[in-house]
Ligand binder design. Structure first.
Ligand SMILES: [Zn+2]
Length: 208
């Protein structure tokens, strides 16, 4: 039955995100992640359009032209970049709308979310590069603040290079505790940063 399978998928996803969040020091967000998926508005649609290998949102979108479950979800969950879309003061490329800079802890939760989603859908095919590859395929279309994109991409690249254990420790000890955001993005905007380099703001220039 689709409802049971959908429930299993959400539970499994929540468990994976929770474990990752805990490892990165996000206890409350780890517990509360995606709770709105259990609300009738999201759950019923998710069960009807259950797919197994991709999000039911895509199936609903194809059928109806929009996704009621997703519209409900992204308005309530701060770990989604779409939650942070707002009017901009200037005339942006999207007609005055754009992605606002997300607080670090939600970028970290988004990172955990993407890793878990890749594991859930790719199963045995999942590798440490999966989430980065998925991100690379979609990044041109994202409406996201460039600094937020830089931070997310940095975490995905770190994971692709060093694996989960090191990546989670790095995020917990480093990204969550330091204001890496500013430093990283200053370099990123100047085109000096490829996303792979680990920036240690406690080290002076010239040290390695
Ligand atoms: Zn979510």
């Amino acid at each position: 039955m689709k409802a049971i399978k959908h429930l299993r998928t959400i539970n499994n996803h929540k468990k994976l995100v929770m474990e990752s969040c805990f490892k990165m020091g996000l206890i409350r967000q780890g517990i509360l992640h995606d709770l709105s998926k259990y609300s009738p508005t999201e759950f019923i649609v998710g069960a009807i359009y259950y797919q197994g290998d991709r999000s039911p949102n895509n199936a609903e979108r194809e059928k109806k032209g929009y996704t009621s479950a997703w519209l409900h979800h992204k308005g309530r969950n701060k770990h989604h970049m779409e939650y942070w879309i707002d009017y901009t003061t200037g005339e942006g490329e999207h007609g005055g709308m754009g992605g606002m800079k997300m607080p670090t802890r939600y970028v970290v939760e988004m990172f955990a979310d993407r890793v878990a989603a890749c594991k859930n859908y790719q199963k045995d095919e999942y590798t440490k590069e999966s989430a980065l590859k998925y991100y690379e395929r979609g990044k041109e279309k994202h409406m996201i603040h460039e600094d937020t994109a830089a931070l997310l991409e940095h975490m995905l690249k770190y994971l692709a290079k060093y694996g989960e254990k090191k990546a989670y420790a790095y995020v917990r000890r480093y990204i969550m505790k330091n204001d890496l955001y500013c430093l990283l993005h200053f370099k990123w905007r100047k085109g000096e940063y490829d996303g792979y380099e680990v920036i240690n703001k406690n080290k002076k220039d010239g040290e390695s």
